[in-house]
Design a protein around this ligand. Structure first.
Ligand code: SF4
Length: 298
């Protein structure tokens, strides 16, 4: 596992996600898993609960992930990672327990064990790969689905906003919290590498637009992820010892005038097709509220 990188060509060329996996075309999770491999190389022990990634991975001996993986039930990822962290020295197991869990597994079903692990400051990295719904089971809403979005359980658009998950973990006063996006791989890799050098609980929340659930062209996954940051709907930051610092390019979007119009992001996604002008206004207000909240911690 290496140092902070500034060029993608300096990273390992090893394949961590092998050809032949069962992800949909344009899947953001395969990109994210590749970046985890590039960042931590042989050092990670991945803990993956039910979700798209457990399906993508397949089953032994045909696993498509060239990394150590333990598959666990939905609610127990953080508890399993904590257990490994606590026994790995005495059992002479090398590596960092890294949870790779979706938004439902993190913010809904697995929240209790995640909160417990954060409160105990267990020495793990927890990555929430956030595609903003339960995609694997049929696109049901989660508490990280944004306001107004269509899902199979919010057919007229979700009426509640997105839970401020990274800030909830920040309030556990853990040593490291960060957000990342699959559109900014070096930023994600560097945050992961930094997290791997810090003792205690580390949380990284990765924004991962899903073409199947969000209803957009699979060739546009990275474009839409980038747009989410450019319109201010996804804010990149890191927090060491609870002090938030915006990271590029989000640090330039504190000035609202520098952001692209939110509509550019919404118009490309079928899940927002039925938004009214009132809904768009509400979504803009929710985006602005998130900025105000995060800036209070800087
Ligand atoms: S539903 Fe979305 S996250 Fe799941 S495998 Fe397909 S593209 Fe990937």
């Amino acid at each position: 596992m290496g140092k902070i990188v500034i060029r993608i060509q300096d990273l390992s060329k090893d394949k961590y996600v092998l050809p032949g996996h069962s992800a949909c075309p344009g899947c953001p999770e395969t990109l994210g898993l590749r970046y985890v491999g590039m960042a931590l190389e042989e050092d990670s022990i991945l803990i993956i609960p039910a979700g798209c990634s457990s399906i993508i991975q397949g089953t032994m001996p045909k696993s498509s992930l060239a990394m150590r993986v333990i598959n666990v039930p939905f609610a127990s990822s953080a508890a399993v990672a904590s257990g490994i962290a606590n026994v790995k020295e005495s059992l002479k197991i090398s590596g960092i327990p890294v949870v790779w869990a979706g938004d439902g597994a993190t913010a809904d079903i697995g929240f209790a064990s995640l909160s417990g692990s954060a409160e105990r400051n267990d020495d793990i990295i927890y990555i929430c790969v956030d595609n903003e719904a339960y995609m694997n089971t049929g696109i049901q809403r989660s508490s990280l689905t944004p306001y107004g979005a269509w899902t199979s359980t919010t057919v007229t658009g979700k009426r509640e906003g997105k839970k401020e998950m990274p800030l909830l973990i920040l309030l556990h006063k853990v040593p490291y919290v960060a957000t990342a996006s699959i559109a900014y791989p070096l930023d994600f890799i560097n945050k992961l590498r930094k997290a791997s050098t810090i003792k205690g609980f580390k949380y990284i929340h990765l924004h991962a637009p899903c073409p199947t659930g969000w209803r957009f062209d699979p060739s546009k996954t990275v474009y839409i992820a980038k747009l989410a940051v450019e319109v201010g709907a996804w804010i990149l930051f890191e927090a060491e010892e609870s002090k938030v610092k915006l990271t590029p390019p989000s640090d330039t979007y504190v000035d609202k005038n520098k952001r692209k119009p939110l509509k550019e992001y919404l118009n490309l996604q079928g899940r927002f097709r039925n938004l009214t002008d009132e809904d768009i206004k509400m979504l803009q207000e929710l985006v602005d509220d998130s900025w105000k909240l995060i800036l209070k911690f800087t």
